[in-house]
Design a protein around this ligand. Structure first.
Ligand code: ADP
Length: 204
């Protein structure tokens, strides 16, 4: 369950005490984000985000894992959606998943290249997913590292985009979202996120 996953702030509390600068007050950004390494399909959140392809009919990687865990009703609902454009997002039920909903977003096919269109499309994936979350009155969400697998978006810039886009969104929509989990699967991503989060989500 979600209360078993520490927030970024909780994870960094011990360091804070050592620094002798204990933080007070609530509502800090670091209280609303978590870094979690593992399978996104086990997370009990309002919505998990799927790094889908434009057909929305399943595939490899995280997409395949989500369809497998959710069951064939997810395929049926996705079939009725007529696909999804790159950078856009569509929402379905979660079926057999512990998550109530799945937000399917289609990341750019980067193949190692990070130009303006790849950057804009990946930013849109996060923004449009968060917009759907808001429109459905949901408050907790988990993101995988969109586009960084089969689609070949380099891990560092992808993490930078994920973290900064979520940060801006939370700042602009402070009331609604209570937790965003960055669900990494690989050790390399875990290390990248850890390093960047301590810069991007420090509250002072
Ligand atoms: P894309 O086609 O958008 O590149 P992939 O599924 O190939 O999507 O990869 C996106 C990220 O999802 C990669 O970091 C991959 O390691 C990770 N991943 C694969 N399976 C899972 C899973 N079950 N839970 C969370 N992340 C996963």
């Amino acid at each position: 369950p979600l209360d078993k996953i520490p927030t970024w702030r909780e994870e960094n509390k011990s360091n804070e005490k050592e620094d002798g600068k204990e933080q007070t007050g609530g509502g800090g950004l670091s209280e609303k984000v978590s870094l979690y390494k593992g399978d996104i399909t086990v997370l009990e959140v309002d919505a998990i985000v799927n790094a889908a392809n434009s057909s929305l009919l399943g595939g490899g990687g995280v997409d395949g894992c989500i369809h497998k865990a959710a069951g064939s009703c997810l395929y049926d609902e996705c079939y009725s959606l007529n696909g999804c454009e790159t950078g856009k997002a569509k929402i379905t039920c979660g079926y057999d998943l512990p998550a109530r909903y799945v937000i399917h977003t289609v990341g750019p096919i980067a193949r190692g290249h990070v130009g303006t269109s790849e950057t804009d499309d990946l930013t849109s994936c996060y923004q449009n997913s968060l917009r759907l979350l808001k429109e459905h009155g949901l408050s907790t969400v988990a993101f995988p590292c969109i586009s960084t697998g089969i689609y070949g978006f380099p891990n560092e810039p992808a993490a930078e985009i994920a973290l900064n886009t979520v940060k801006s969104w939370i700042e602009e929509n402070p009331d609604k979202i209570t937790r965003v989990i960055f669900c990494v699967f690989l050790e390399t991503d875990f290390n990248i996120y850890k390093k960047k989060m301590s810069v991007i989500f420090q509250d002072n």
